[in-house]
Design a protein around this ligand. Structure first.
Ligand code: S3P
Length: 175
């Protein structure tokens, strides 16, 4: 899992509703670092909300935007990045993630993820043909492959998860 890194970002991956954005914000405050939310960045850059990007450019267009954004991170100062849940679906993205820094996979079950998501209408893939459980099952090995650290979030509060992430990052020398 561990390997050579070209940059030293801290990167959170995992399924929709895993808590990536919330953990990234809390971690950034705690460690006095900048955090970037990939979905928000892409929306600003595109001048459109994610459902609109999917409608106009398809999932492929959105994935291309994710890849371009990841490439730009090699030229950015160290930050905490929360990724969109599908970032691992492209091989080139998983390769980039490994080089970009320490990747933390926040694990969550499909049922718990769904109970946490406040705006399901803003996630086109939750309204698609594949049930969330199947989507998660298809992606689990990809998350694991990209991860340096795996943290189970089931039944845990934001503070508990953030503390465990910090502990794990300290153990590998990323903090
Ligand atoms: C997606 C997850 C979303 C967003 C887009 C696609 C996915 O991000 O990038 O709707 O494919 O799982 P969150 O994981 O932040 O909800």
């Amino acid at each position: 899992m561990e390997g050579f890194k070209l940059a030293q970002h801290i990167i959170l991956i995992g399924f929709m509703g895993a808590g990536k954005s919330s953990v990234a914000r809390k971690l950034a405050r705690f460690e006095n670092m900048n955090s970037i939310d990939m979905d928000i960045y892409i929306e600003r850059e595109a001048g459109m909300k994610i459902p609109q990007i999917f409608a106009l450019e398809g999932e492929a267009g959105f994935r291309q935007r994710e890849t371009i954004f990841l490439e730009s991170l090699f030229r950015r100062d160290r930050c905490i990045l929360s990724c969109g849940g599908g970032v691992v679906t492209r091989d080139e993205n998983r390769r980039a993630l490994k080089l970009l820094g320490t990747v933390v996979y926040l694990q969550v079950s499909a049922a718990e993820a769904l109970s946490r998501i406040e705006h399901p209408e803003s996630r086109p893939l939750l309204n698609g043909d594949t049930p969330p459980g199947e989507l998660l099952a298809a992606r689990t090995a990809l998350y694991e492959d990209a991860a340096d650290i795996i943290v189970d979030t089931s039944g845990r509060s934001l503070s508990e998860v953030t503390s465990e992430v910090i502990k794990a990052l300290r153990q590998v020398g990323a903090l």
